[in-house]
Write a protein that binds this ligand. Structure first.
Ligand code: CAA
Length: 391
């Protein structure tokens, strides 16, 4: 099998919101038996953005430690992946570029294909580094997941951003070729431009995801990829953490393997720790899964990890990464723990007030309530322009 050049993830950092809603609060409000949330979908809490947080402030917060560690000299491209875009024309990445003081000699662009966008960004970044190995690409995946109040999707909201620095001779994960690819035109989840919350057919979306698992694996095998038992763990897109279990069970089943629950837990268990308390971070979710795995596993040096990235609509990709010797010295375990622990719990009324909040569209001067204690905030909407500030 072609292993590809040594290009991959050199650094990984994530950020999440100021607030968190425990699922116990939601269950108490809507009368759901808490076991459905804790066990049925595998979620304990979900990150909730403050009034002055959005995909830009989260993306900047995720990327800032990466810039602090590696500088900006080699970064000539920023790819911002999101499906909760704040502007139809301007890339959210340009605001981040400005907030972080990146050089003007940089190309910045936004990518979208539901939750798959970050993987497209990663693969495009690898192509750019392959073309000029001296360059690094900053990939930022940032999303705020929002469904209608009192809908089945409500329990699967969340928000986070992941920054990945893509480089040659990566310190964390070498991304291998080939990839298994799959696209199918399905309406399982979508968000028309005039809506700020997503529309979803829940059971159809699960079926479409499982179909994509099968499709990507078939193509991956045909392209000459690893055998299933060569992988030590699997990072799946996690709209809710039980989905990773469902997906892996389906992969084993359709590949003729036993679907032993302990084996499934061993393969995906560690990857769910952050997503279970952050909720669905859409395009960041699969890389939050990677962060949780790297931060918690004993030693994965030299091991192959399978990645399954799924974006409704739908596009999916299966690919392998190999964990690089010495990777543990480059992890951000303490910072990731702090990002989760620093969140302030909301009661249901406060969550609802944030959920129903929207900016007036009249072009006036609308300062935003100062809520976040993070380094970056959306200070106002003024003359239809978003005004950000750095503390
Ligand atoms: N104790 C333990 N388990 C319980 C329980 C209890 N008291 N009550 C119910 N459960 C279990 C159910 O048996 C079920 O388990 P299985 O799936 O293993 O059968 C699980 O809890 C969920 O129950 P329901 O299916 O009845 O839940 P629901 O109808 O409320 O919907 C959902 C769940 C479809 C995930 C819904 O939350 C939703 O629509 N979410 C948004 C869409 C989504 O996340 N889709 C995933 C694939 S699409 C994708 O991946 C892209 C993306 O990011 C959106």
């Amino acid at each position: 099998m072609a292993s590809g050049s040594a290009i991959g993830i050199h650094d990984l950092s994530f950020a999440t919101t100021e607030f968190v809603l425990p699922h116990t609060e939601l269950a108490a409000h809507n009368g759901t038996e808490i076991g459905k949330y804790h066990l049925g979908i595998g979620q304990r809490s979900m990150s909730v953005a403050a009034a002055d947080e959005d995909i830009v402030t989260l993306g900047a917060a995720a990327a800032e430690p990466v810039i602090a560690r590696h500088g900006t000299d080699r970064i000539r491209t920023v790819v911002f992946a999101t499906e909760s875009s704040i502007d139809q024309a301007k890339s959210a990445g340009v605001y981040v570029h400005s907030l972080l003081g990146l050089p003007s000699a940089t190309r910045v662009v936004e990518l979208k294909q539901a939750c798959y966008g970050a993987t497209a960004a990663l693969q495009f970044a690898i192509g750019l580094v392959h073309r000029d190995p001296e360059q690094q690409v900053l990939v930022i995946a940032s999303d705020v997941s929002k469904y209608e109040l009192d809908s089945p999707g409500e329990a699967t909201q969340g928000a986070a951003a992941v920054a990945l620095l893509v480089s040659r001779n990566p310190a964390l994960v070498r991304i291998d070729s080939p990839s298994g690819l799959y696209t199918a035109d399905v309406m399982d989840f979508w968000r028309p431009n005039y809506r700020d919350s997503a529309l979803v057919d829940g059971q159809e979306s699960i079926a479409a995801y499982l179909q994509a698992v099968e499709g990507t694996w078939k193509d991956y095998t045909e392209q000459g990829g690893h055998a299933l038992d060569e992988f030590s763990a699997f990072c799946y897109h996690q709209p809710f953490t039980k989905m990773a279990h469902k997906a892996h069970r389906h992969l084993l089943n359709t590949s003729g393997y036993d679907t032993d629950e302990d084996d499934i837990k061993r393969a995906v268990g560690l990857t769910t720790a952050y997503n279970a308390v952050v909720g669905n971070s859409y395009t960041a979710s699969v890389y939050l899964g990677l962060a949780a795995l790297l931060d918690q596993a004993d030693d994965l040096t030299g091991r192959s990890i399978g990645f399954l990235s799924y974006g409704s609509g739908s596009v999916a990709e299966f690919f392998a990464g190999q964990i690089v010797p010495g990777y543990r010295e480059h992890l951000r375990i303490k910072e990731h723990r702090e990002a989760i622990d620093r969140r302030t719990p909301l009661d249901h009324a406060a969550y609802r007030a944030l959920h129903t909040r929207s900016f007036p569209a009249d072009g006036g001067d609308h300062p935003t309530p100062a809520q976040t204690t993070g380094a970056f905030r959306l200070a106002a909407l003024r003359g239809h322009k978003r005004i950000y500030e750095r503390r």
